[in-house]
Design a binder for this molecule. Sequence first.
Ligand code: R1P
Ligand code: HPA
Length: 293
Amino acid sequence: MFPEANKGYSYEDCKATADWLLAQTDVRPTVGIVCGSGLGGLADMLKDQVAFNYKDIPNFPQSTVHGHAGRLVFGTLKGRPCVCMQGRFHLYEGYPIHKITLPIRIFKLIGVETVMLTNAAGGLNQDFKVGDIMIIKDHLNMPGFAGINPLSGPNDERFGVRFPCMSDAYDRELQQMAMDVGQELGYGDFLKEGIYCVLGGPSFETIAESRMLHKLGVDAVGMSTVPEAIIARHCGMRVFALSLITNHAVMDYDSEEKANHEEVLQTGKQRAEQLERLVSTMVTKIEHNNNYV
Ligand SMILES: O=P(O)(O)O[C@H]1O[C@H](CO)[C@@H](O)[C@H]1O
Ligand code: HPA
């Protein structure tokens, strides 16, 4: 019924990878973090690290994008056991969508309860500045409109239901926590919230595309995160996600601005410290069993 390419990894494949990892480390993370482009420094915050190169992990794809180191790092963040993907996978790298999201199911099988996704994104909201951090409150899954969804193919109920709800994709308590922590840290001026839209990439948006997305109510555009959020919600993990606004999406034919990956990485470096502090402070407030203390 389903073409071979749509089958993805079986539960047993995922379990084999999870068990392999659990056999190599005593760390039992309840929080899983994914680092966006240029945001790999988040992983360096972990203490007592046990790190694996993606090439050494059974079934794992390889990172091919500059700014994505390709390491899975276990460790503790202010005493809390965490696992961190220092580098993620994107559709435009040529991987099937099931492969992009495999690590999220591995997170689930090693005991992760809360997933924190970060990304670099282009700002469409005219009130946003480069360097703003946007808490994602909802998403537009453009590849999904064309049938490219990480849940397509046979459904294994051991992960989740056939038709998962997505109106609660981004945990509201964690959004509020991020706002509160951001205020406490004095980040009020550059902490925003909004809607993220994923596109396939790797070409950046045309002016017409940016204008269309802006009219649709999109605040920031990128090429990741949404497939990971869908897979995490499907298997019952809580999701928090944020975008670092690394550039303005060009919306004006007179503009001299041109989106480029170097600028994306550069902005990441400039905001790295604050972003790390925001995420690490949140981690210390996320209790086992997903309670916010
Ligand atoms: O979403 P992350 O992985 O942060 O990366 C973003 O940055 C790259 C473009 O510069 C794209 O891959 C886009 O998705
Ligand atoms: O402007 C952008 N568009 C798409 N993806 C991005 N990732 C960082 N900036 C951008």
